[in-house]
Design a binder for this molecule. Structure first.
Ligand SMILES: NC(=O)c1ccc[n+]([C@@H]2O[C@H](COP(=O)([O-])OP(=O)(O)OC[C@H]3O[C@@H](n4cnc5c(N)ncnc54)[C@H](OP(=O)(O)O)[C@@H]3O)[C@@H](O)[C@H]2O)c1
Length: 342
């Protein structure tokens, strides 16, 4: 077996942690670089502690190499990514940048593929570049686009892989989108279920994203790849039904049409997590990555494993990001009562 040496920039949370777990399982030599503020990486991972914004820390990190590939899961500001690339270029053959579908100008309004127009942001932009537009481009998207450009300018297209995931779910999802639905359905009663149960969704499971990343490194695969579950396969209804089933709850899903929720002023995306009416949200073409081996488990498996993780980590009582994620129980009851009499 050939052992691959990888460095993960940010290996202690969701995506980075999962990448490290799966790299170690594959027999790879894995190093994690983080400040030590967000916990520890998995066992058997070599740790280099430091801040990616600090030049001395990056210098120290570079001499801990070399690596076959660096995976940047924690780059959000172009000039910071550029700096990390400049320090790490002599120490690695390949750079993988974890970006997002938010780099597309048309997200979430239009169907997208890798050839869709991308927001422009200079490679040395600071954190203030870009703007948030209602139901359109975000500062986050502009910034990530500049980060992509920083990585490809520094490493060259041949030595760089850009991954653009849509929503990522699965064990360790700390944003709390799927965990909120699981907690809510576990509580039982009538659950306000948004829109049409037949609406297709395409979240990618974090483990499938990680496996594709390792595949891209081992080939290596340069280029840009959308990373989502296939279009027109899994539905919102399947996701919520799975939440009811795995939690063993007697919850009853009360489906309310989009227009009524919009009229009631329910905040999309966060108040009822993952519910969004824009046409392009779940129309991202990831057939390119699928053609190179991206596989995507069914939403029911993601739901079941996330619930298992929540139970094992005593996540049931924690409600991270509660201010942003989830609808207030009184408002939910009021809407259900007004619209369905339940
Ligand atoms: N969640 C989604 O649905 C989604 C969708 C599309 C794309 N993405 C992308 O996926 C990527 C991974 O997201 P994530 O949620 O797993 O991770 P994250 O929260 O963005 O990254 C956290 C990791 O980076 C480390 N870190 C943060 N600041 C650092 C610094 N200054 N120096 C060194 N290490 C630092 C953290 O450890 P310490 O705090 O200990 O330093 C931690 O290990 C992100 O780039 C995001 O844009 C996410």
């Amino acid at each position: 077996m050939i052992s691959v040496r990888i460095l993960i920039l940010g290996g202690t949370r969701f995506v980075g942690y999962t990448l490290l777990e799966r790299a170690i399982r594959a027999g790879w030599e894995a190093t994690s670089f983080s400040r030590g503020m967000s916990g520890l990486p998995p066992a058997d991972v070599r740790v280099v502690q430091g801040d990616r914004l600090n030049k001395r820390d990056l210098e120290r990190l570079a001499v801990a190499g070399p690596w076959d590939a660096v995976v940047d899961t924690s780059g959000f500001v172009p000039r910071d990514v550029l700096m990390a690339c400049e320090y790490l270029r002599p120490a690695t053959a390949h750079y993988v940048f974890v970006s997002t579908v938010s780099v597309y100008r048309g997200w979430p309004k239009e169907p997208l593929s890798e050839s869709s127009e991308v927001l422009y942001c200079p490679i040395d932009a600071g954190p203030d570049y870009g703007e948030d537009v209602e139901d359109g481009p975000t500062k986050y998207g502009y910034q990530k686009s500049g980060c992509e450009l920083a990585a490809t300018s520094s490493f060259g297209l041949e030595r760089c892989t850009i991954l653009r995931p849509g929503v990522i779910l699965g064990p360790r999802e700390y944003i709390g989108r799927l965990p909120w639905w699981l907690r809510r359905t576990a509580l039982g009663g009538h659950v306000l279920a948004p829109g049409n149960p037949a609406r297709f969704i395409q979240p990618i499971d974090v483990r499938d994203l990680a496996d594709f990343t390792l595949l891209a490194i081992s080939q290596p695969l340069a280029g840009t790849y959308n990373i989502t579950a296939p279009q027109n396969r899994d539905t919102f209804g399947q996701m919520l039904q799975a939440c009811v089933e795995v939690t063993g709850s007697a919850a009853k899903l009360a489906w309310i049409p989009d227009e009524k929720l919009v009229a009631a002023g329910v905040r999309q995306w966060s108040q009822l997590p993952l519910w969004r009416t824009s046409r392009g949200v779940w129309q991202v073409d990831s057939t390119k990555a699928q053609g190179y081996g991206l596989s995507s488990r069914r939403i029911q498996d993601t739901v079941a494993d996330t619930w298992e993780w929540m139970k094992s980590e005593e996540m049931l009582l924690t409600d991270q990001r509660s201010a942003e994620i989830g609808i207030n129980p009184d408002l939910e009851r009021w809407i259900l009562n007004q619209l369905t009499g339940k």
